[in-house]
Design a protein around this ligand. Structure first.
Ligand SMILES: Cc1cc2nc3c(=O)[nH]c(=O)nc-3n(C[C@H](O)[C@H](O)[C@H](O)COP(=O)(O)OP(=O)(O)OC[C@H]3O[C@@H](n4cnc5c(N)ncnc54)[C@H](O)[C@@H]3O)c2cc1C
Ligand SMILES: *[C@@H]1O[C@H](CO)[C@@H](O)[C@H](O)[C@H]1NC(C)=O
Ligand SMILES: *[C@@H]1O[C@H](CO)[C@@H](O)[C@H](O)[C@H]1NC(C)=O
Ligand SMILES: *[C@@H]1O[C@H](CO)[C@@H](O)[C@H](O)[C@H]1NC(C)=O
Ligand SMILES: *[C@@H]1O[C@H](CO)[C@@H](O)[C@H](O)[C@H]1NC(C)=O
Length: 524
C-alpha cells in the first residue's frame, strides 16, 4: 500500500517536470522548447550563441536558439526525435511545440553559414567526439580501417594513426576540418586523382537521421542513406561515426614545385602525370597560379632562388606552378631517383625552375597550417572569404584560361589569395553519392581562395566571382560549383541535374520535416 502510493507520487513529479519545458529564447525572438526530461546539455550563453552563429566565411551571422554539447549519441537522437514531434508527455499525446531546425557543426569552416541553424539548435560535434568511448579514433586490429567520430578533425586522425604505420590515403589541403564536415561535401585534394575524394574511401557510417533514428549504413546496409549522406550537405542525417580506409603510411615525402611560363605545357604535363599508373606515378598532384598583380609568395623556394622566381613572375605576368609529391620510406627509396629523373627528362617546365623539398610525411600533409599561422600573425585569417570553387571540364580548360584567368583575373589591378588549378579523374568518384562533379573523364579543380581586407571588400570579390560564373555560362562551359551556396531552388535543381529527384526522394525518406542543415538553403 505504502509502496504503491510513493511510486505514484514519483511518477507524478516526473510528469510535472517533463511538462515544464525549458524555454530558450533566441535574440531573434524565435523560441526553442526543450523539455527538461530530454536531459540535454544545452548552452544558451551569449558566447556559445555567437560562436555558433559565425563561420570561416566571416560573411554570414545567424544566431541559433541554443547549442547542444552532447555527451552521447543518445542525446542527439533525443533532440531530433523531439524536433520531429516525437516527444510524448507521458499521457499519450505528443508535444505540439517542436519543428525547430538542427545543424551539425564540425569546425564551422563553411563559407556561407552552411552549418548554421537560425533560431534552432546547433549540435557541437566536437563535444560528441571528445565523449566517444573508448576513443574518437580506433584503428582496426589489422590496420585496414579506423572508426572515427564524426566531429574529429582530420589532423587528429593523422596523429592517432600515423604512429601505427598506417594512414588514410586521401586528404584535404587543410586538416583542421571535421571528418563529418568534409564527408558532407566530398573532401578533395592532391591525392584525389589517384584515390578519389574522401567520400570514396569510407566503408561504413553511423548516421542519426532527421527522424532521430540511429542507423548504420554501408554499400550493402541501408545504401540509400549511405550514398545520400556522402556529399549530402548534411541533409539526411548527422554522421556520428565513419569507418575510414587505411593503408601503409610512408615516412617521408619529396615535395616539388615546378614552374611553367607556358599554359599548354603546364596542363599537358599535369594531365599526363594523373594518367600514369606505374611505380613512377606521383602520389600527389596539384597546381596554382603566381600572378604579378597578386602577392607572390616565394617562401617555398630556397632563399638564393627567391629573387629569380619573383622576376620570372614579373616578366611573364603569370606563372603556372605544378606541385607534385612522391612518398617514400627506406624500402622505396631507390624509386625516388627514378621519379626525379622522369620528371626532369619528360616535363616541359621553364628550364632551371624545378625545386624540391624533403619533408616528413606528417609535415607535408599539415603544410597549410604554416600558411594559417602566417596569415593569423598578419591579422589576415579572420577576414571575409568569398571563395569560389569550381570543377571545369578538361575539354574547355583553354577557353576557361583565356576568358577567366587572362581576361578577368589578370585584368584586375590587384588580386588576393591563392588560385588552385589542377586536373583530377572522374573514375574515382561514385555517381550514386550526392556529390556533383563536371561531366567529363578529366576535370579541373579551380579554387579562387580570396580574402577581403586591405583594398578589397568582399562584395567586390563576390562581383568578380559572379563575372567568372557568367563568363562560363555565356561561353557554354559546363562548370559545377563545389562548397556552393545557392538561395534559389532553381539553382539547386540545376546543380543536381539528373540527381535532383533522388536527392529530394532521400530527403523525404530520412528528414521528412526538413529539419537538418537549414543553412544550406536547399529546402527552405
Ligand atoms: C582553410 C580551408 C581549407 C579547405 N581546404 C579544403 C580542401 O582542400 N578540400 C576540400 O574538399 N575542402 C576544403 N575546405 C572546405 C571544407 O571541406 C568544408 O568547408 C567543410 O565543410 C569543413 O568542415 P567543417 O567541419 O568545418 O564543416 P562545418 O562548416 O562545420 O559543416 C559543413 C556542413 O556539413 C554539415 N555537417 C558538419 N558535420 C556533420 C556531420 N557530422 N554529419 C552531417 N553533417 C555535418 C553542417 O551542418 C554543414 O552543413 C577548406 C576549407 C577551409 C576553410
Ligand atoms: C542525464 O544525462 C547525464 C549524462 O549527460 C546522466 O549522467 C544523467 O544520469 C541523466 N539524468 C537522468 C535523469 O536521466
Ligand atoms: C564546441 O565545443 C568545443 C569543445 O568543447 C569548444 O571548444 C567549441 O568552442 C564549441 N563550439 C561551439 C560553436 O560552441
Ligand atoms: C568577422 O571576424 C571578425 C574578427 O574575428 C569579427 O569581429 C566579426 O564579428 C566577424 N563577422 C562575421 C559576420 O562573422
Ligand atoms: C579590363 O579592365 C578594364 C578597365 O578596368 C575594363 O574596361 C575592361 O572591360 C576589362 N576587360 C575585360 C576583358 O574584363
Amino acid at each position: 500500500m505504502d509502496t504503491s502510493l510513493s511510486l505514484s507520487i514519483i511518477t507524478l513529479t516526473t510528469l510535472l517536470i517533463s511538462l515544464n519545458p525549458t524555454l530558450v529564447k533566441s535574440e531573434e525572438g524565435i523560441d526553442v522548447f526543450l523539455p527538461i526530461s530530454l536531459n540535454l546539455t544545452v548552452l544558451t550563453d551569449p558566447l556559445s550563441i555567437s560562436t555558433a552563429s559565425r563561420d570561416f566565411g566571416n560573411i554570414t551571422d545567424e544566431n541559433p536558439g541554443a547549442v547542444l554539447c552532447p555527451s552521447s549519441t543518445a542525446e542527439v537522437t533525443r533532440l531530433l526525435h523531439f524536433a520531429n514531434g516525437g516527444f510524448s508527455d507521458g499521457g499519450g499525446s505528443t508535444s505540439p511545440l517542436p519543428g525547430f531546425k538542427v545543424a551539425a557543426r564540425g569546425q564551422g569552416h563553411s563559407l556561407r553559414g552552411q552549418a548554421s541553424a537560425p533560431g534552432g539548435v546547433v549540435v557541437n560535434m566536437t563535444c560528441l567526439a571528445k565523449a566517444t568511448k573508448p576513443a574518437a579514433v580506433v584503428v582496426s586490429a589489422d590496420g585496414t580501417y579506423a572508426d572515427v567520430a564524426g566531429g574529429t578533425m582530420w589532423v587528429e586522425v593523422l596523429e592517432a594513426v600515423v604512429g601505427k604505420g598506417v594512414s588514410p590515403v586521401t586528404w584535404t589541403d587543410y586538416l583542421y576540418l571535421s571528418v563529418g564536415g568534409t564527408l558532407s561535401n566530398a573532401g578533395i585534394g592532391g591525392q584525389t586523382f589517384r584515390h578519389g575524394p574522401q567520400i570514396s574511401n569510407v566503408h561504413e557510417l553511423d548516421v542519426i537521421t532527421g527522424k532521430g533514428e540511429m542507423m548504420t549504413c554501408s554499400p550493402n546496409l541501408n545504401p540509400e542513406l549511405f550514398y545520400g549522406v556522402l556529399g549530402g550537405l548534411g541533409q539526411f542525417g548527422i554522421i556520428t561515426r565513419a569507418r575510414i580506409a587505411l593503408d601503409h603510411a610512408p615516412t617521408r615525402v619529396k615535395w616539388f614545385r615546378i614552374l611553367y611560363s607556358d599554359f599548354s605545357s603546364f596542363t599537358r604535363d599535369q594531365e599526363r602525370l594523373i594518367s600514369m599508373a606505374n611505380d613512377l606515378e606521383v602520389d600527389f598532384l596539384e597546381g596554382q597560379l603566381m600572378m604579378s598583380n597578386g602577392i607572390v609568395d616565394t617562401s617555398f623556394f630556397p632563399l638564393s632562388d627567391q629573387t629569380r622566381v619573383a622576376s620570372l613572375v614579373n616578366d611573364h605576368r603569370i606563372i603556372y606552378v605544378l606541385e607534385v609529391a612522391k612518398y617514400y620510406d627506406r624500402t622505396t627509396l631507390p624509386i625516388i631517383d627514378q621519379v626525379i629523373d622522369m620528371l626532369t627528362r619528360t616535363l616541359g617546365f621553364t628550364s632551371g625552375f624545378m625545386f624540391v623539398q624533403d619533408v616528413p610525411y606528417s609535415d607535408f600533409l599539415n603544410r597549410v597550417r604554416n600558411e594559417e599561422d602566417k596569415l593569423r600573425s598578419l591579422g589576415l585569417w579572420e577576414v571575409p572569404h568569398p571563395w569560389l570553387n569550381i570543377f571545369v571540364p578538361r575539354s574547355r580548360i583553354l577557353d576557361f584560361h583565356d576568358g577567366v584567368i587572362k581576361g578577368i583575373l589578370l585584368n584586375q589591378t590587384s588580386t588576393s589569395g591563392v588560385t588552385l588549378f589542377y586536373p583530377t579523374n572522374r573514375n574515382k568518384w561514385n555517381n550514386r553519392m550526392s556529390a556533383m562533379i563536371a561531366d567529363e573523364d578529366v576535370f579541373y579543380v579551380i579554387g579562387f581562395l580570396q580574402s577581403a581586407g586591405g583594398s578589397h571588400n568582399w562584395q567586390e570579390l563576390e562581383d568578380l566571382n559572379e563575372k567568372i560564373i557568367q563568363f562560363c555560362d555565356i561561353s557554354g562551359i559546363l562548370i559545377k560549383e563545389y562548397l556552393m551556396h545557392y538561395t534559389r531552388k532553381d539553382d539547386w535543381v540545376k546543380h543536381f541535374g539528373p540527381k535532383w529527384d533522388n536527392f529530394l526522394r532521400r530527403k523525404i525518406m530520412f528528414d521528412p520535416k526538413k529539419l537538418l542543415s537549414p543553412g544550406q538553403d536547399i529546402f527552405n
